[in-house]
Design a protein around this ligand. Structure first.
Ligand code: GLA
Length: 379
């Protein structure tokens, strides 16, 4: 059953309500629509003192809008997505969504844990992707807003029942989105389980730092703090090798435009085609504090996004599968490489790769991970 959106919260009316409600910063909540199962869906608007604003829906924890100032103070929405809930319900390549239980791919939708083999949906060719048919991006989260002197945010909670999408154990998940007065967007993930299960939570926003719909992202200049990456097979499952980036188009240790080598004749670039790879982040410290992972600079607007994370890996996806069929916000046609994602996470297919850092959470343990997207400008 398809429901019609509440006209009070669509288009300009919503923008007006948002501007009025948030003139002094803080968090507001409005109705966004109804899922096909009849669940009410809300949208939350968060704003900081520098004009940065974030709109998030409790459906999939999706980031709908992220307004960020450029070098002249001009605010633009820098994330891809849709204007209405209907767009997300109908077809979305995980625009802005919270991903779980397992971000990225598990080969053939199968893994063996403590002697038992589990079967998951194969929703991406022969593989399992982003938690399955109804992953955490398609459930309605329980959301509680908060306001502190230097930050505003949302606490999102979801309890995934035992066997949901084939995964073992009841998983209690809490994710906090915080917008700070230092123009940071902070993601804190935590989870507990009553049976051993793989967990790999991430955020799947697509960015265009020039502004949503302002063309492709090939001119964005990327730095990745990674000496190695995980080469993949033709279905994007890692071979298990941790390969040096030296001398390859995967070497982003010095700032390099995304487009500089994306079409080089390299077998690893043929599958996307383009970047859709996990980078092995160089780590320092005890692993409890986020460390520098990536920097992205957009020359025309001067916008800079830096990423810090406690995670060991980062999936850099150059929007290769956008093919002009999706019409996003304000009718923008999302063509190939109109957005990029940088998903901090554990390595793909870890449950089947004993050599990769473990993604198994056991009872009495606590899953914890933190990622910071920090926005700034460079003249
Ligand atoms: C992830 C994957 C990509 C693609 C997108 C969604 O980033 O790595 O291959 O599936 O999600 O389209």
């Amino acid at each position: 059953m398809q429901r019609v959106l509440d006209p009070r919260v669509s288009g300009w009316a919503m923008i007006l309500a948002w501007t009025v409600a948030c003139a002094g910063g803080g968090v507001t909540r409005e109705r966004f629509g109804t899922t096909d199962c009849g669940e009410a869906v809300s949208v939350f608007t968060l704003k900081n003192a520098h004009g940065m604003a974030l709109r998030v829906t409790d459906y999939g924890g999706i980031i709908l809008t992220l307004l960020v100032p450029d070098k002249n103070g001009r605010l633009d929405d820098v994330v891809l997505g849709y204007d209405s809930l209907t767009g997300y319900l109908r077809s979305s390549p995980y625009f802005g969504a919270l991903i779980g239980r397992y971000g990225n791919r598990i080969a053939h939708g199968r893994f063996t844990l403590d002697g038992k083999t589990y079967t998951l949906a194969t929703n991406n060719g022969p593989n399992h992707l982003h938690g399955g048919l109804r992953g955490f991006d398609k459930v309605v989260w329980d959301v509680a807003p908060f306001e502190h002197p230097d930050s505003v945010g949302l606490v999102l909670r979801y309890t995934s029942p035992n066997d949901e999408e084939g995964y073992p154990g009841t998983l209690r998940t809490t994710v906090t989105y915080t917008l700070t007065s230092a123009n940071e967007l902070v993601f804190d993930y935590s989870a507990t389980t009553d049976r051993a299960t793989p967990v790999n939570l991430t955020q799947h926003s697509y960015f265009n730092l020039a502004g949503d719909g302002k063309g492709d992202i090939l001119g964005h200049v990327v730095t990745l703090n990674a000496d190695r990456f995980t080469p993949v097979d033709s279905t994007l499952i890692p071979t298990g090798e941790l390969k040096s980036v030296a001398g390859t188009p995967f070497d982003f240790r010095k700032p390099t435009p995304i487009g500089a080598r994306i079409d080089q004749d390299d077998v690893q670039l043929r599958y996307g085609p383009g970047y859709d790879h996990n980078f092995v982040l160089n780590k320092s410290g005890d692993g409890h504090e986020p460390t520098f992972a990536a920097r992205v600079y957009e020359p025309a607007t001067g916008r800079v996004m830096e990423i810090y994370t406690t995670e060991p890996g980062l999936q850099f996806y150059s929007g290769n599968f956008l093919d002009g069929t999706l019409h996003g916000k304000k009718g923008v046609v999302y063509r190939r490489r109109y957005g990029f994602a940088m998903e901090t996470q554990h390595f793909p297919d870890s449950p089947n790769k004993p050599g990769f850092p473990s993604t198994i959470l056991r009872p009495a343990e606590q899953y914890r991970s933190r990622t910071i997207y920090k926005f700034a400008v460079q003249p």
